[in-house]
Design a protein around this ligand. Sequence first.
Ligand code: ACO
Ligand code: LMR
Length: 264
Amino acid sequence: GKVRAPTHIISTISDDRGEEPCYAGVPMSSIVEQGYGVGDVISLLWFKRSLPRYCAHFIEICIMLCADHGPCVSGAHNTIVTARAGKDLVSSLVSGLLTIGPRFGGAIDDAARYFKDAYDRGLTPYEFVESMKKKGIRVPGIGHRIKRGDNRDKRVELLQRFARTHFPSVKYMEYAVEVETYTLSKANNLVLNVDGAIGSLFLDLLAGSGMFNKQEIDEIVEIGYLNGLFVLARSIGLIGHTFDQKRLKQPLYRHPWEDVLYTK
Ligand code: ACO
Ligand code: LMR
C-alpha cells in the first residue's frame, strides 16, 4: 500500500488543493452561485456546517450591529491615534483590536459561559448575581458606560426582536433579561449590553437550531468562539476609522495637558 509521511499540520475547515477552494467541503462555485452570505461562510469556516438561514442571518445582524460604535470607544480611539501617528492600515487596525477584551467587546464568551452555567444549574437571577458579587466578579454582559435603564441599547432590542420572531426558543435570552431586571434594580447603568445579548442569544441559537449536540455546544462555549463575532465586526469599523483619518490628513495626536491630572 501507499506509505504516507506523517504530517506536521492537521486542518479540517478548508481545502485549496482542487480546482476551486472548498469551505467545509462546499466548493466556492456553490457558495457564489447559490447566493451564500457572510453568515453562511462563517457557519462553514467556524462551525464546519451549513446552518439554517435564520442562524446565518442572525450572525450577519451581529456583524452589522457591532461594526462600529463611533470614534469615542476604546478600539476606535486606539486606531485613530495610531493612524494619526502615520502608521499603516494593519498597525492601526490591530492597535484598535487589542483593546477588545473583558471590559470592551470581548465579554461575549464569558457572558455565554456564566449565563449558561447559572441557567443550567437553575440559579435565580438573585442567586446568580449575588454569587458573582461574593466572588468579586462583574457579571459579563451587564453594564455600559453610556447606556442606562431609561436609555437602552437599540442594538440589544433589535437582536432580541429578531430572535423572538425567528428562534424556536429564547430561554437563555429570557434568563439574561431577568438578570438585567435584577441588576437594574440595583443600579441604572447595569443594563444587558450588546455582548450579553449576543452571548445569551448564541446559546439559544446553538441549543435551538438542532445542529449541535450537547458536547459540541460545551466545546464551543469552552473554547470561546463568540468574541470572534465582535472582533470580526469591529474590524470593519476600525478599517473605516483608519481611512477616515488618512483622508482627513489628520496630524499626530497629542493629548492636551489640561485633560491630565498631574499629581504626586
Ligand atoms: N456586574 C456587577 N456590577 C457591575 C457591573 C457588572 N457587570 N458593571 C458595573 N458594576 C457596578 C460595580 O459595583 C461597579 O463598582 P466597582 O468598580 O466597585 O466594581 C459600579 O457598577 C460602577 O461601575 P463603573 O466602573 O462606573 O462602570 P463602568 O461604566 O466603568 O463600566 C463596564 C462599564 C466596563 C462595561 C462594566 O459594566 C463591566 O465591566 N461590565 C462587564 C463586562 C462587559 O460586559 N463588557 C462589555 C460592555 S459592551 C461593549 O463593550 C460592546
Ligand atoms: C461599543 O460597541 O463599542 C460600545 O458598546 C462600547 C461603548 O463604550 O459604547
